[in-house]
Design a protein around this ligand. Sequence first.
Ligand code: SAH
Length: 355
Amino acid sequence: METDTSLRDICEFNYGELEELLTGEFGEKRFRASQIYDWLHKRKAASFSEMTDISKALREKLSREFRITVMEPVEILTSKRDGTKKYIMRLFDNNVIESVFMRYKHGNSVCISSQVGCRMGCSFCASTIDGLVRNLTAAEMLGQIYAIERDTGERVSNIVVMGSGEPLDNYDELIRFVRMISDERGLNISQRNITVSTCGLASKIRQLADEGLQITLALSLHAPNQEVRERLMPIAKAYRLEDVLSACEYYYEKTKRRLTFEYAVVKGVNDNPGEAKLLSRLIGGMHGHVNLIPVNPVKERSYESPDKKDVYEFQAVLEKNGINATVRREMGRDIDGACGQLRRRYIENAGICTD
Ligand code: SAH
């Protein structure tokens, strides 16, 4: 289907805005908004022509002025081990992003991207290698979940914003997305089942704390001190560790949501028991738990996965110091391409890689 990119995207309108548009500019009755919102955000319509309870005249008028964001999966990898599915989705401007579907006992979880590429520069991450291409719109974040529900025929109950991109670097669209996905007129996914992961933009964490949302904040900590953090994450120079942690504390105070600290374990960089002790001291007084992620080696980078026994020892030290820590279970291990690598491979194979 051809998409006229000059048209406004109707999926970007929240319920109130859609109602205003239809009753104002379009001179329609209020209930039209509810019908159309339902088609877009519950029934996941891909075109106006599907909206059969709307008059043909209105459908035609809408399609002259608006487009509908539909994410098109162009590659889907399915794990034979645990049913995990990794998607490459094409956007209307031919950029591609990746999203992941994971099945857990407590429900289905989707990991979405928030930007095409990323400009944060973390040294172990594939998403940032070519920098930021552009922000995703809220509709494109919603669209990843809609496309996955369409493809799997299953309901999604949990969302983690942990794909490519830095969500707090795309703040307004992220907030719009969270409000729309948790709106009862849409998929109505509980905010408590949404986790946003950030590399630590302290000022934005404080702003997020004041939004009155109930989402979980995950901080990509990755180091027990400023020095190691700077080695792994250039953004650490702009936002010092003490400021980031104090913003996280503020987030807890305002929301009472327990924090998640992500810690990518990198062999020989941040994986020794002394560092686990330092980490315990650093976050000991905070309300949160640690998620240890054995680093996924990226071919463009020289970092190595830690030894399993070192990861478990690291975990044991944290636990001994009273800090709850889990080791992330690797989902879909047989379909590689974690953390932005799938997208890079897709782009390279398509011959549109610029480097
Ligand atoms: N920009 C957000 C979301 C990034 S991706 C953030 O920084 O939190 C989600 C998590 O995966 C982050 O903790 C990120 O640091 C981590 N990650 C990125 N590349 C990785 C890799 N190669 N191995 C393990 N974890 C990685």
